[in-house]
Design a binder for this molecule. Structure first.
Ligand SMILES: Nc1ncnc2c1ncn2[C@@H]1O[C@H](COP(=O)(O)OP(=O)(O)O)[C@@H](O)[C@H]1O
Ligand SMILES: [Mg+2]
Length: 257
């Protein structure tokens, strides 16, 4: 367990009284939440509770209409997803945005390919050897095996694809991964792989905000659980001692304090 790490570490991300309205629709109100390094926070709530809206605030897609965000102790006001990524916050969407026909190594570096000067004319060429090597090293830090960095991503299992998406985020120096329904399309075995991946991030000090409909996922990997209901944080508690049934009841019945 990481009681020491969690107890002492300064929060990575702190939300204080955050609100978001879409015109007249109030999607979030007075949400205060912090996430520490190496911590997995499950974010649950019914359809329309505000989960995606909260993710979009943190990921820089929308700006809060009230409240403040802090990241690594400093005010955090991303003007777009690029700001969030540069700060170290990566969002892994349900559809992983991988290129199925390209090999694993190339997916890790898509849009940020390593280049070197060619020996012949000094012109930049892709440094494939370096990307393969760095891809291998990044994947080896994760809890599930991706045996061959030359395989097209389309031939991998769902769990392995998640590993590729996570490795890519880590190569971009992400300190917080937001995962949106990572197991929604997966079978039992792949779901187990993804849970192992998420748990393995703790040792690297990477935090995870896990959005999931699957209460089993959440109780299996989260340290704490945040429950949203009609845009308000109605429960925030340690996952220890919660099982999927109790969490589901909390989602249905918790009331704003
Ligand atoms: N782009 C938008 N424009 C207007 N209303 C929106 C928009 N996105 C979400 N909402 C509303 O905000 C509330 C929260 O939605 P959302 O954050 O998507 O919840 P969840 O992800 O928990 O299902 C809902 O009432 C939803 O209808
Ligand atoms: Mg949503």
């Amino acid at each position: 367990m990481t009681v020491g790490v969690q107890g002492e570490a300064e929060p990575l991300l702190e939300l204080e009284g955050v609100a978001l309205s879409y015109g007249p629709v109030r999607a979030l109100a007075e949400v205060s939440l912090s996430i520490r390094a190496g911590e997995v926070v499950g974010l649950v709530g019914d359809n329309g509770a505000g989960k995606s809206s909260l993710v979009k605030l943190i990921a820089g897609v929308h700006r809060p209409t009230a409240g403040t965000m802090r990241w690594q102790g400093r005010p955090y006001a991303p003007r777009g997803p690029k700001d969030a990524l540069e700060a170290g916050i990566a969002t892994i969407h349900q559809h992983l945005a991988l290129a199925p026909r390209l090999p694993v190594w190339h997916n890790l570096f898509l849009g940020a390919e390593r280049v070197r000067k060619s020996l012949l004319f000094g012109l930049p060429v892709l440094d494939i050897a370096r990307m393969r090597r760095e891809a291998r090293a990044a994947l080896d830090r994760l809890a599930i095996a991706v045996p061959d960095v030359d395989r097209p991503v389309g031939e991998l299992s769902g769990g392995q694809r998640q590993a590729v998406a996570i490795a890519r985020a880590l190569l971009w120096n992400a300190r917080l991964l937001i995962m949106d329904e990572p197991t929604a399309a997966l079978g039992v075995r792949e779901t187990a792989e993804v849970r192992a991946l998420i748990r393995g991030l703790e040792a690297q000090g990477v935090a995870v905000l896990l959005v999931s409909h699957d209460m089993q996922d959440v109780v299996a990997v989260a340290h704490r659980v945040a429950v949203l209901r009609k845009g308000r944080l109605v429960a925030l508690r340690e996952a220890a001692g919660l099982d999927a049934d109790r969490l589901a009841r909390l989602v249905m019945t918790a009331e704003a304090a």
